[in-house]
Design a protein around this ligand. Sequence first.
Ligand code: ATP
Length: 345
Amino acid sequence: MPALLEVRGISCRYERRAAVVDTSFTLEQGMVASLLGPSGCGKTTVLRAIAGFQALDAGSIHLSGHCIADRRGGLPPERRKLSMVFQDHALFPHLSVEKNVAAGLFARAAAETRDIVQSILEKVGLAGMNHRYPHELSGGQQQRVALARALAPSPQLLLMDEPFSNLDPDLREKLRQEVYGLLQDIGATCLLVTHDQQDAFTFGERVGVMRDGAIEQWDTAYRVYHEPATRFVADFIGEGVFIDGVVSAGNRIDTELASLRGAAGHPPGTRVKVLIRPDDIIHDDNSPRCATITQRAFRGENYLYTLALPSGAEILSLVPSHHNHAVGEDLGIVLDIDHLVVFPA
Ligand code: ATP
């Protein structure tokens, strides 16, 4: 059975400037995935190409095994059986909630439209708000209406462009969990574009990390964090720093911190960079190994300490915030590194 969505080697440009370069990925039916990357890396352009708002220079896009776009053209957006949710909700201000949702349904009997609208409003937690207008709703409620409108026609694929970016952090966290749960319940296939890692991790059955128009890694959220394929992905995802090391015999890497196990096939003598995450460095007053606190950031339940090693190289450590130490103090540390992420220097 073909994947629901197949993006095969697509390239797009704006006038002479390439925005997306030879990008490929597939989405299986029922999968919820994200495209993540810095501003301007081409995420929205990929989404627009799938939706039918952006021409392809090369490659092709297939939905349920049918080609919907290639460099010669493609199906018009309204015939692609997909829906899109935008960052600004794009609701019709002069239409009530139920009319906004019904706007996504064409050529259906009035009773059928009413039933679909009612059922989807209940699913997104807006039952009873049918007659309100967008300006009478909170940002989160407006986003739910936009989601309801997109889901009402039962699209094969739901595309979301930064859907949570206009919400405050608490609501953002709550709504992303709720929306993810809803998409799981109804078995929707969804591709979300975001620059926010937490969005991407929640919608992270697959995460595509983009850079300069190309996908550097298309993988599970867990693997892009723990097994980044490139230094860019390692730098972009999560927090961490690279320290210098040299591969020694017995699959080990000698670093200033310790001799670490796991040289990832690099021959002895190779100079490498080893990724150290804040949760790899555990605070322990009894440890003979120390590093000097150069900065600290209070995060409520934790402090993120920046620690200098004797060479001046810095590492990070996430420590429960009742361990309250000052800049300039030496902090006892032990290493708790499950597996090494290593790149040639
Ligand atoms: P952001 O996270 O900031 O929305 P993005 O990753 O979604 O960024 P795109 O919007 O896809 O990036 O843009 C990719 C590149 O194409 C950028 O360099 C951008 O400046 C350029 N670009 C986007 N839209 C246009 C346009 N209409 N005309 C010309 N260049 C454009």
